[in-house]
Design a protein around this ligand. Structure first.
Ligand code: ADP
Length: 189
């Protein structure tokens, strides 16, 4: 059984929503689940990442890429432990987010792949595919945080490339929350 499942996609594509629904689905079936996300903001490395996001400090994109890789390796160790305890692990974001976001900031994604290699590949990567314009509309309707549309477009284009390279399972994220959940379950079954 494939037990290490990751959700990827641009901001507000619906990753957290679908990760939670999938976790409930497995829990209802009697499985043990670790539902987790990245970065781990309350851990030392995550705290530095957050300070940079909040513009309290200003680090180079390459430095940020290495910090994400370091934060992820710590996260991977928790994931590895959960897998050894027979849990299903569902992670909202994983190393592909580093390639997409720091890649959009001008860092070479192949170098990021290299520094991420100690964090093992997941069994399944669901890519919730939503166009940057749709995600922006969604954020406006829900009165959520703002994102720069040009940056989101760059991230989207890198995700499109990564989806081919790493065999992402592309899910149409423009559908309703319920329909998307059903599509994910259909794929798993
Ligand atoms: P992400 O984790 O990718 O940033 P979220 O799951 O937090 O995205 O969703 C962002 C917002 O969009 C939330 O307010 C959520 O309720 C809403 N949302 C999620 N999926 C859909 C969907 N398929 N259609 C419309 N709104 C959605």
């Amino acid at each position: 059984m494939k037990r290490f499942i990751v959700f990827e996609g641009i901001d507000a594509s619906g990753k957290e929503t679908q990760a939670k629904l999938l976790a409930s689905f497995f829990i209802n079936k009697g499985h043990k689940v670790l539902l987790t996300h990245e970065p781990i903001y309350d851990k030392p490395i995550g705290k530095i990442i957050r300070s940079n996001l909040e513009k309290k400090i200003s680090l180079a994109p390459e430095t940020i890429a290495m910090l994400y890789a370091a934060d992820r390796y710590e996260h991977y160790l928790q994931i590895k432990k959960a897998l050894s305890e027979e849990k299903i692990v569902i992670s909202d974001r994983y190393k592909y987010s580093n390639m997409a976001y720091q890649g959009a900031n001008g860092v070479n994604p192949e170098w990021i792949e290299e520094i991420e290699k100690y964090s093992k590949d997941p069994d399944l990567i669901f890519y919730i595919r939503v166009k940057p314009e749709s995600a922006m509309k969604r954020r406006k309707e829900k009165d959520l945080y703002e994102e720069n549309i040009d940056f989101q477009r760059k991230v989207f284009h890198i995700y499109e490339e990564l989806s081919k390279k790493y065999n992402f399972i592309t899910i149409d994220g423009e559908k309703s929350i319920d329909e998307i959940h059903k599509d994910i379950i259909k794929y798993l079954e």
